[in-house]
Structure formats: structure tokens, C-alpha cells
Design a protein around this ligand. Structure first.
Ligand code: AMP
Length: 192
């Protein structure tokens, strides 16, 4: 089963992805983590994208689609991917469908974590202390939320057209969100 986890920065996508990976034996594909690794490894791509990431903007669709094709084309991950932080634009959503079609796969469920800006500000500041992410401070958090609001609407509309789209209350506690997500995944497992 392939899952898309969707939501604003700080919604808990990474935390929930890790839970799903363990419970359902999947692999997490976080475009944010892959991009941060390029910066940490000081690659050519890393130097091109670091200022974009630190300003809270999105990197180009082409860069992220190249990163995800490496995963989707790999037999090890076949039908076992949780897409965390991808797609973020309509173009990326369409690209993901085409890519999955090319490798004879599909998305089985899209989980949207719904969280208010107030909660996000609070969580991002906590994460900044914990993980020392250079793009986590209040000003950039708001910028990233605004970027999300602008680009996410067409993606949500795109997925709402299928009955794959499920909204999860991201304001709840971590274990409550875990249970809600497990319940939703269990319902689709029945017909896979
Ligand atoms: P994340 O860890 O998912 O919050 O991503 C951190 C940053 O990486 C984002 O603010 C973007 O600058 C960049 N990024 C991650 N995923 C994508 C994506 N799918 N498209 C464009 N930029 C992305």
C-alpha cells in the first residue's frame, strides 16, 4: 500500500509517518529529509537549495520529482511507500500519479493532518529547540505555513475528487492521532 501524508509544516507528518512505517511495515519517503541530507552532505544540489529552504519557499518541482523517482523505481519499496511532504503542489500531485502509473503502482490513501496556525507555531518552536532545524523559527514558520496555504488548496481539491482523501484531526494528542490513522488504514487494507 502507498500512502500520502499531507498537511502544513509542523502538523506532525514526520511523527505520524514513523508510526505508520513501524506498524504497517512501510518506508518513509520524506522529501524534506532528503533535501536536508543534500545540504548536510554539501552536494552541488545542497548548495543550490539551502537558501530556498531557509527562506520557507518550495524548491522546484523538477528537483523533488527527481528525488522521488529514485524511490518509486526501486523494487524494495514497491507499494510500500509513505510519501511525507510530497506532493505539495498540483503539478507534483499529477507527476506522482504519472510516476506511479509508469511503475504500475497507485496511491491507496491520502491522509490530511488538519492543524491550526497557532498550534503549528507552538510545535515548530518546540522542534527548533529539539532538532535545531535552521528553517524552524516563528517568522519562517509563518512563511512556510503561508506557502503551504497557497500551494495546498489545488492539491486538496485534486485528491478530494477521489475517495482516497481522509482528514485527520491533527490537533489531538499523538496516540489519538495514531489510532485514528490506524483505523483509516485498516479500512483500506480490507480491500487491497
Ligand atoms: P519539510 O521537512 O517537509 O517541512 O520540508 C522542508 C522544506 O523542504 C520545505 O519548506 C521546502 O523548502 C522543501 N521541500 C520539502 N518537500 C518539498 C516538496 N515536495 N516540494 C518543494 N519543496 C519541498
Amino acid at each position: 500500500m502507498n500512502i500520502v501524508i499531507f498537511g502544513p509544516p509542523g502538523a506532525g507528518k514526520g511523527t505520524q509517518s514513523k508510526f505508520i512505517v513501524n506498524k504497517f511495515n512501510l518506508y518513509q519517503l520524506s522529501t524534506g529529509d532528503l533535501l536536508r541530507k543534500e545540504i548536510k552532505d554539501k552536494t552541488q544540489l545542497g548548495s543550490e537549495i539551502s537558501s530556498i529552504i531557509n527562506s520557507g519557499e518550495l524548491v522546484s518541482d523538477k528537483i523533488v520529482s527527481n528525488l522521488i523517482e529514485k524511490f518509486v523505481s526501486n523494487e524494495t519499496y514497491r507499494h510500500k511507500i509513505i510519501f511525507d511532504g510530497y506532493p505539495r503542489t498540483l503539478n507534483q500531485a499529477k507527476n506522482l500519479d504519472n510516476l506511479l502509473k509508469k511503475y504500475k503502482q497507485k496511491i491507496d490513501i491520502v491522509l490530511k493532518l488538519s492543524v491550526s496556525l497557532e498550534t503549528i507555531k507552538k510545535r515548530i518552536l518546540e522542534r527548533q529547540i529539539r532538532e535545531q532545524r535552521t528553517d524552524d523559527n516563528e517568522e519562517i514558520a509563518i512563511k512556510r505555513y503561508k506557502t503551504y496555504e497557497k500551494s495546498s488548496e489545488p492539491v486538496i481539491d485534486y485528491y478530494k475528487k477521489s475517495n482516497l482523501f481522509k482528514v485527520v484531526n491533527g490537533e489531538a494528542g499523538i496516540s489519538e492521532i495514531n489510532s485514528e490513522i490506524s483505523g483509516l488504514i485498516d479500512t483500506i487494507k480490507g480491500w487491497l
